[in-house]
Design a protein around this ligand. Structure first.
Ligand code: HEM
Ligand SMILES: *[C@@H]1O[C@H](CO)[C@@H](O)[C@H](O)[C@H]1NC(C)=O
Ligand SMILES: *[C@@H]1O[C@H](CO)[C@@H](O)[C@H](O)[C@H]1NC(C)=O
Ligand SMILES: *[C@@H]1O[C@H](CO)[C@@H](O)[C@H](O)[C@H]1NC(C)=O
Ligand SMILES: *[C@@H]1O[C@H](CO)[C@@H](O)[C@H](O)[C@H]1NC(C)=O
Ligand SMILES: *[C@@H]1O[C@H](CO)[C@@H](O)[C@H](O)[C@H]1NC(C)=O
Ligand SMILES: *[C@@H]1O[C@H](CO)[C@@H](O)[C@H](O)[C@H]1NC(C)=O
Ligand SMILES: CC(=O)N[C@H]1CO[C@H](CO)[C@@H](O)[C@@H]1O
Length: 377
């Protein structure tokens, strides 16, 4: 009797999980049984191939009458990325913050002039770990709106959230996950961004500030976060995100490029808001254009991949992690270790969707001379 009751209870709980499963939540890390229960409830969508590069990469007005800023509504999702938050708050992405990879690639190209290869790499990397490969949807944030009964079940996490995979430590304006909130704009950290811009950039964020602030944030994480992790892929994205404000948040008609004004910076970081009359960059920021920027930020204070070992001030190098001198290892390890580790139980339609997305991800890196990892079987 007790067993029967238990079985009924267990299936009720499982049903709850299924009913509450949002269409954009990731299937990564689920057991074979959970996958069997959830997959049939999802409305599968045709996986669209990503768009190609922009035909015309000139600076154009992107804060235009079709794309006015509006604050996020109460059910709209926003997350740790000020670039994607801005695209959603200006309607270049669906304002609810849930989009397909193709929509994201179109939006980052048209809205900010991100190059096609960089857009493919970043978007599919995020989708493979944080998106739903069957519904072809990804949320740009971490919060799952309350669905189902009250009190809500523990939130099923969707969005840019898998810690140390994409979302990661040592952000400029967001705290480390160890301290609780890794998504929200943090005023104390932004004050430091301003201080450093005053001290090293004459009141602007420039390459010198990027170098010093990146190092400062790493030192702070080493000194305060016992679980600080700074290995690939986060290692790469942290350096890239130090350059992104200079590439993407500066008006494309600017006479003196690579100097970001503090009011403009606050608009983007805090509110996902482009300045009035904002023109996107007039440079198509491909991997080859952005890559040297990462090296420049690194070169001032070279610090190799590593992690604290459970106590603060214990940063230990990790020779197994890809570093800036080995971009293809970033790709290969991401596929062979990270993605494979998240989907040990993929079969059937999920396996097919996984391989299709891995193919699109490879499209982004193939010009870097990387060898394609064979499809999963
Ligand atoms: C193409 C798809 C993109 C994805 C999937 C993506 C994802 C992310 C994620 C997950 C983070 C948080 C990392 C962390 O701190 O934990 C982040 C940070 C950041 N992203 Fe994006 N991003 C994308 C495009 C962009 C674009 C187009 C811009 C600029 C217009 C941008 C600018 C930034 C900046 C500046 C940060 C650093 C925030 C900080 O350190 O405080 N991103 N992005
Ligand atoms: C590209 O777009 C810019 C800005 O809209 C425009 O002035 C220019 O004529 C376009 N170039 C071509 C070749 O269409
Ligand atoms: C913001 O970051 C500072 C410095 O890391 C931290 O002390 C503070 O608790 C954070 N504030 C919030 C609201 O999370
Ligand atoms: C950043 O600005 C400061 C102050 O004007 C200047 O000394 C420094 O050379 C600038 N850095 C770069 C890379 O231009
Ligand atoms: C972008 O605009 C700047 C400033 O007007 C100009 O010097 C530069 O040549 C332009 N770059 C491209 C690729 O059009
Ligand atoms: C962590 O690193 C510190 C400093 O290098 C060392 O003293 C400590 O023994 C290490 N702890 C572990 C658990 O490895
Ligand atoms: C990645 O995994 C595939 C399949 O297991 C294997 O053939 C390949 O050698 C691996 N590549 C690397 C660089 O580890
Ligand atoms: C890994 C981790 O701690 N993720 C957290 C990041 O911040 C969001 C929003 O506060 C949380 O929901 C996640 O759990």
């Amino acid at each position: 009797m007790a067993r029967l009751l238990f079985a009924i209870l267990a299936s009720v709980i499982a049903l709850d999980l299924v009913l509450a499963f949002p269409s954009y939540a990731s299937l990564a890390g689920l057991s074979a049984r959970e996958l069997d229960e959830i997959i049939p409830t999802l409305e599968r969508r045709v996986i669209k191939s990503p768009p190609g590069p922009l035909k015309n990469t000139s600076a154009v007005l992107v804060n235009d009458h079709l794309h006015p800023w509006r604050p996020a509504g109460k059910d709209d999702i926003r997350g740790p990325c000020p670039g994607l938050n801005a695209l959603a708050s200006h309607g270049w992405l669906p304002r609810n913050g849930i989009a397909s990879p193709s929509q994201i690639i179109t939006a980052v190209q048209e809205g900010f002039n991100m190059g096609n290869d960089l857009a493919l790499v970043v978007t599919y990397a995020a989708h493979l770990v944080d998106g739903n490969l069957l519904t072809d949807l990804l949320s740009i944030g971490g919060k799952t709106p309350k669905t189902g009964p009250d009190p809500p079940k523990p939130a099923i996490v969707g969005g840019l959230n898998t810690h140390a995979v994409f979302e990661g430590d040592t952000s400029m304006t967001r705290g480390d996950a160890f301290f609780g909130d890794n998504h929200s704009f943090n005023e104390t950290l932004f004050d430091q961004f301003v201080d450093f811009s005053n001290k090293f950039g004459g009141g602007f964020y420039n390459v010198t500030v990027a170098q010093e602030l990146r190092f400062q944030r790493i030192q702070q994480s080493i000194a305060t976060n016992p679980q600080f992790s700074f290995i690939s892929p986060r290692y790469f994205t942290a350096f890239a995100e130090s350059i992104f404000p200079l590439a993407f948040f500066i008006d494309g008609r600017h006479e003196t490029p690579f100097q970001l004004d503090m009011t403009v910076a606050r608009g983007f970081f805090q509110d996902g808001r482009m300045p009035d009359g904002f023109f996107r960059s007039n440079i198509s920021w491909t991997l080859d254009k952005i890559g040297p920027g990462l090296d420049v930020v690194f070169s001032k204070h070279p610090i190799e991949p590593g992690a604290n070992n459970g106590t603060v001030n214990s940063y230990t190098l990790d020779p197994n992690s890809a570093d800036l001198s080995n971009f293809c290892k970033l790709y290969t390890d991401f596929v062979n270790i990270t993605v494979r580790g998240l989907y040990p139980n993929a079969k059937g339609t999920l396996l097919a969707a996984l391989n299709k997305n891995l193919e699109f991800f490879f499209e982004g890196v193939k010009d870097q001379g990387c060898e394609q990892v064979p499809p999963f079987v």
